[in-house]
Structure formats: C-alpha cells, structure tokens
Design a protein around this ligand. Sequence first.
Ligand code: G6P
Length: 605
Amino acid sequence: MNKTQFLDARNIGAIYMCGIIGVIGQDAPSLVVHGLKMLEYRGYDSSGVAVISEGTLEIRKNTGKLEEVEKKEKFSELNGNISIGHNRWCTHGAVTKENSHPHTDCTESIAVVHNGIIENYLELKEKLIANGHSFKTQTDTEIVPHLIEEKINAGKNFETAVKETCNKLEGRFAIVVVKKDEKQMIGARRGSPLVMGIGDGKYFLASDVPAFLSSTRKVIFLEDNEMAVIGSEAKILNFKTNVAVQRQVQEISWTAEEAEKGEYPHYLIKEIMEQGVSLHRAVNQDETRIKEVAQMINAAFGTYIVGCGTAGKVGLAGTYIFSKVAKKHINFAIGSEFPQYHDFLTPKSLTIAISQSGETADTLEAMEATKETGGKLASIVNVMGSTMQRMSDGYIMVNAGPEKAVASTKATTGQLAILYLLAFASAGKLPEGKQLLDKTCGAISGMLNKELTEKVKTLANKLKSHENIYIIGRGLNYPIALEAAIKLQEVSYIHAEGFAGGELKHGPLALITKDTPCIVLVGNDETRKDVLSNAREIKARGGYIIGISPENSEVFDEWIQVPDVGICSPIVNIIPIQLLAYFIGVEKGNDIDRCRNLAKAVTVK
Ligand code: G6P
C-alpha cells in the first residue's frame, strides 16, 4: 500500500469498507449469515449471500441493514455446501440492490465478494466491454468475475483464472470467489484483511475472526499477494510468484461468547461493563513485548504516536503520560495529518500506531511514511493478525477481546493502560506501573455497579434534549475531554465539544448560556484547583456543572464520584461519559451499536 494508491483511491466514485465471508461445509449459508452478523460493524448499508448447490448458483442481496435484508430476501431458505456473503458500506456512490455484492460474470456462473478498492477498474472494464462483456453495476468489483470468466473462456482452470485475475488488479482487495460447477472456494488478498478459519469439516474465509469464532478458533492469517484455494482440503499460495506457502495454524484466545451480546441489549453496554476484566487482561500480559517497545522508544531519536478518532485521543493522552511518568517528550499526530507533517522523519524515528482494528487506512498511511524513511514501527492494537500488527517491528496487544460497537470503549481504556505501562517501562519502573494499574482495574470493577448506572441514567434523561454539551479537562484529562466529546457525538448525536480548561477564556466561554451542560473532568493532581476554577467561570455564566471527580465540590450541580487512582484518572474518568452517551442514545432511540454515518473499521482514506 503506498501513497499513490491512497491518493488514487480518493478519485474513485464508489468507496467501500466492507465485511466478507465464505464458508465451505455443512450449513454454509446459515454460517455465512451468522458471520455477516458478526461483521456488521464493518458496514451495514446492503448485504448479500451467494450459495452453490448441485451445480447452481443462487444470489440474494438487497439494500438496508442486515436484519432487514435477511427477512426480505429470506436468507433462511438457502441451502448448500458452499456460500459467500458480504456486508457493504458505501461512503460515496449509490446504495442500490445492483451495486450490492456478490457480483457475477455475464453467464452468472461466478460470484465474487470484495473488500477494498480496485484502482485500475475503469481501464480493465473498458477492455472487457470491448471484448463483449456486459456490466450491470457501477462497482469496481464487477470486473473481477468478468476477468475470471474471460480467463476460463480462454481455457484456464478456475484456480489459474483467479490467480491471473489477481495479478491484473491494482489497489487493495480481499476477495472470495465461487463458481457454480466447482467444489472450491478461492480467496485472495492484497492490502485488505483476509483470515482463514479451520473448523471441523469446514473452512472459512473472512475479513475478521469473530465472523467464524463460534465454529473455530484455529486460524491462518493470509499475507499480501496470497490466495487460499479451498475444497475438501486447503492450500495457500503466493499468486504473484506461484509458490506454495506453508503457514502455521494459530489459535485465537478470544471466545465466541466474548463476541456475542449475551444478556445485554447492546454490544456497547456489554463492552462498557466488561472493562474491569478487559483492562486486567491488558495490564497482566506477558511483559516481553512491553519491554521490547519501551526499549525501542528509548533507542529512538524522535517518537511519534499516531492514531485516528478515539485512538487519536488516546495517543494525545500518551504524550501527557510519557511526560508525567517518564519525563519524556513524545510527539503525536492524527493519522490523516501525518503525511503533511512527517518531513522531519529520519531512520532513527519511531512511529507508534494506536488502533483498535489495526486496519485504519489513515494510520496505515502514517506507518508507510515512516517505513519509507527507514524509521521503526511499533503498534498497540486489539485485532490479532491485523495489518498494523504484522507490519510493526514491535507490537503490544490490547487484549480487550472483540469490540463490536462502533463507538470504542474497552479498547480505549486498554490502550490507555498500555501507554501507562510503556511509560513506566521506559522509565525502568514497570513493576510500579503494574501495581498502579492493577489497583485501577479493581477500582473499575468496583465502580461499574448499579448505583453508577442508575445515576448516569437519571442524568441522561436530564441532558437528552440539550443541543450542546461541553466537556473540560486539564493536563492528563484534556485529551479525555476530547474523547468524551467523540462518545457523546457518535452515540447520542448531541453536539459535544471538549476543551482544555485554560482555553475557555480564549473563546468557548462565549458559548455558555443559562443551563448549558458542562462536564468537568477532575484528576486528583495539580490541575484540580485550576479546573474547578474553570468550572466556576462557567457556572458564573449560567452553565450547569457536572463534575466527574473523586471528591465533591461546591461548584458541582451534579457529582459523579469516581475512584481515586492517582495519575490513572483518565482511565476511570472516561467511563461515566461512555455510560452517559449510551443512556442518552437509548433514550433517543438511536441505533446504539451502529452509529449514524460511521463504521468501526475505516479502511479508506
Ligand atoms: C472509526 C471508529 C472509531 C475509531 C476510529 C479509529 O472512526 O468509528 O471508533 O476510534 O475509527 O479506529 P481504530 O480501529 O484505528 O482504532
């Protein structure tokens, strides 16, 4: 993946971030539909399934959320041993039944699902049209089945036709292909993720592990330019060199239950409530990787944290954490800005990517830029086998387990904990850091109780019809004020903005009128006095003050008590806001796990 590819991608009319799955074995279509449900976080504007049964190919697809399409198209009626499926998420171009996947060739014998962007599709399409192919959609994907058809018409077998087709494609793709008279399913990737699951008498290919976690935890992550040819057995080969690849099967530690909602009405609340446990897993992991990355930081001349969205706010918090804990200056840039900012990189630079998915295109581009200048790469990611993890010289897993809600919660607190561990390790004080974080894990398990949820629910009722909410914090809690705003925006659809407490007098105070809700994040540190004084400035202008703090203050109209965990206050202070965003969202009837206009893994620029 290089800069040119990204730039070209912006010019394409239809841009996708999607979830794909293929299953070969008994009950293939129902496993595909289940997999699509697990992959819905990747996209949800249209869905489709193709099934091969006794030499026939049947495709059912439509626009709308998966549950609507599932009912409308009666996916439950589908039977067969080979099936593929797709969730589409289109940010440009039409959401139509025709444009939804799977896509087929002229004879409707070959079906393809695709995630990514084929940059040279127009050129290939023109040639195919000149050769007599007719197209039914505006997608880039549709050229794939036609190219395969062309090769098969020229006498190539299915495998060779797919292989040669992959070599014609420019850009990023993960595809799964089936053909009606073949007992095979073929998948290939370059740039977009594709993982093979090995079950009992079944094989899976999917964008992400949770898609088949209820059937198997045995996986092989495909690398770029690799294809998996799966029939009764599976083989992997490099489609560029045509050389067979031997890969070790890995066992995933995530469980199927972790990827399900269980007794909770939404993934978001489940993921918020399990933060005591997920944080414990992040903190109590093997120290080797933490020490390794800390050493990379100490050896580097210039360390830059990059991340997007919530991960970006965590990254900014990282600069404060390193300053406080390790007395070290670390730089931060949001992923999409890094390309305009990176001219100072040298071979001694280190870039640390923070990402839940490990697939965010903007963050990947920042990593590429570092690589091009010969610098080192590290990552803090939650998804094992993700592109970021695999391209890093050193990586640390967040161990949050599958995070399905689009709004990040448990991955966020896990990432923060890892940054504390790294800072303590870089200062040669890892045991001290672990002790503090262990205390924080316990405090979080204790605070996530009925009393807190009831209190926040009542507050949510009070705030739900407000148009604006402001959040302030200072020092370590300033980036958390920014993250708090993101949570409120994406889940409760309220205009929320976070500010550094000291900045109020330079503009934002003008926004405060009678009863404007303002959340004040207080850490039990040297910023406490100043942030409370900022709260008084707001109150004097009529603002309604909600304090998140270990101690009460006369300035608070509402007080949400959090445990005193010293410099780890960002980890506990964000939790009541996550709950607040959730309960406001529920009150307003919002689609909690699938935030409006957003997707979880943003694999395009
Ligand atoms: C999207 C998601 C956010 C997330 C951001 C970065 O915008 O909606 O929740 O923080 O991407 O994702 P990453 O996977 O890199 O953490």
